[in-house]
Design a protein around this ligand. Structure first.
Ligand SMILES: Cc1cc2nc3c(=O)[nH]c(=O)nc-3n(C[C@H](O)[C@H](O)[C@H](O)COP(=O)(O)OP(=O)(O)OC[C@H]3O[C@@H](n4cnc5c(N)ncnc54)[C@H](O)[C@@H]3O)c2cc1C
Length: 426
């Protein structure tokens, strides 16, 4: 087993460095300043620039440095809460509007990949694997509900035998195969969207951290270390890090560190035996295992979480999970291991909203942002362009505060998330 560093990101290593973009120097003006160069910010900037707005995007590091360039690349269906739960909580009409938008988020990814001919190994197929019999029963019920009430026919249940054949492992009692889901190389996607955004005449500054938002009489100033952007509107797209710029958002967003590994390329025999269907897989635990194979035939296996400190050896904590699911992978080395910060909310629903009249934000996709963050960016662009109706569908979802105030929030959130971890083993 290797000792890979937290920053040893396979996606970045396999693509190499992206194009260099200048740090902001001095004072500039724009219609809209987008802060954050992940899926949310890039999608907002692209849709605004395509509509003719003068857009400047500021990224504190490089494009895709955050969760968008480190994630599992899994495209999920729906939201982290079931439609039954959303109907009970928000009413049927609102739940249906959310479902329609979540479905659009998957279509949006595929449309962007096709429109800009993005080379990001996009594939259809996502399996949700039940980790025990109770989870299998829930999955059956939910899959049937989606079919009968939402007309969603792309997902079907598999029993234990079929699951074992399709996934090449017999650890699950049942699973749902969803051909509407899928997977892709997330950093390749983010970089291509950045290039499309620049072709649409937006400006991107990397290594440019926004330090504060200052409201002037008739405009907004986004202040950075080496300059400022005077703008009409700002879009806050910093996900887990939103609260550093807007402390009023701190009670609504928590950080969870999630871990990923990539093995060396698999031999032909292993490649065919392990996950033969080549879909992405996520299990039903609270602290889930999620995995898929890469285009260059590696197993990308992820799981475990920490809320406080970073492990010294990520591969060492992820490998036991991988070897439990695929004992045959004991013989292969982990070549890469890295981590990323997931922004989560109390409700596990994305949190979209406004800070005053000039700032919009979208964050907290709670581990399901590959498709939804791209949609979040698009909805903010629509709202800035005077069509806020679809943005409001998410903004109307009541956000809940994590308890504890500034001092005790982190220990309390850690205790709560650890409790969920314990539930996985009961
Ligand atoms: C390890 C991991 C695995 C995941 N797997 C999946 C998955 O398989 N499927 C799925 O649907 N979701 C997954 N997610 C979640 C998904 O990646 C995120 O929801 C999504 O990428 C969020 O995109 P974003 O643009 O909102 O945030 P980010 O991608 O985090 O982008 C925010 C950007 O803002 C920049 N920034 C922060 N502060 C400032 C500032 N002050 N000034 C300028 N720039 C700033 C950061 O550098 C960062 O680049 C995963 C997340 C992680 C971490």
């Amino acid at each position: 087993m290797n000792r890979a560093a937290a920053s040893d990101n396979y996606y970045r290593a396999s693509l190499g460095e992206g194009p260099e973009r200048r740090k902001l120097a001095g004072q500039i003006t724009a219609d809209v300043c987008v802060i954050g160069g992940g899926f949310t910010g890039l999608s907002a900037a692209l849709h605004l620039a395509n509509a003719g707005a003068r857009v400047v995007l500021l990224e504190g590091e490089t494009i895709g440095f955050g969760a968008s360039g480190r994630n599992g690349g899994q495209i999920h269906t729906g939201l982290r809460q079931s439609q039954q739960h959303l109907e009970r909580w928000l009413g049927e009409a609102h739940a249906r509007d959310l479902w329609t938008l979540a479905e659009e988020s998957k279509a949006l990814m595929r449309e962007l990949v096709a429109r800009y001919a993005i080379d990001c190994a996009l594939k259809d197929g996502l399996v949700i694997a039940a980790h025990d019999r109770a989870a299998a029963r829930e999955l059956v019920e939910e899959t049937e509900y989606l079919r009968s009430h939402y007309g969603y026919a792309a997902a079907r249940m598999m029993d234990a035998d079929e699951t074992a054949r399709v996934l090449g492992t017999n650890v699950y009692p049942a699973a749902r195969f969803d051909s509407g889901g899928g997977h892709l190389q997330p950093l390749a996607f983010a970089r291509a969207i950045a290039e499309a955004t620049e072709r649409a005449a937006a400006t991107i500054h990397e290594f440019t951290r926004a330090l504060s938002l200052e409201l002037e009489r008739d405009h907004l100033r986004v202040v950075c270390e080496s300059g400022a952007v005077e703008c009409d509107r700002a879009i806050l797209a910093c996900d887990a890090f939103s609260a550093a710029l807007a402390p009023e958002l701190a009670p609504y967003i928590a950080h969870v560190e999630s871990f990923m590994t990539a093995t060396e390329p698999l031999s032909d025999d292993l490649y065919n035996a392990v996950l033969p269907c080549d879909a992405a897989v996520a299990d039903t635990r609270h602290v889930l295992d999620y995995y898929r194979k890469s285009a260059d035939r590696r197993m990308l296996f992820a799981g475990r979480e920490t809320y406080w400190s970073m492990p010294r050896d990520i591969a060492r904590i992820v490998r036991p999970r991988m070897e439990h699911v695929y004992p045959a992978l004991k013989q292969v080395r982990s070549e890469y291991a890295w981590s990323g910060t997931v922004g989560i909310t109390v409700t596990r629903m994305p949190h979209l909203g406004r800070l005053g009249e000039r700032v919009l934000f979208a964050h907290g996709y709670s581990g399901q942002g590959v498709a939804l963050a791209n949609l979040g960016g698009k909805l903010m662009a629509e709202a800035v362009l005077g069509q806020p109706e679809r943005f409001e569908v998410f903004a109307r979802v009541p956000a809940k505060r994590f308890p504890g105030g500034t001092r005790f929030r982190k220990p309390l959130v850690t205790a709560a998330l650890t409790w969920y971890k314990v539930l996985d083993y009961l």
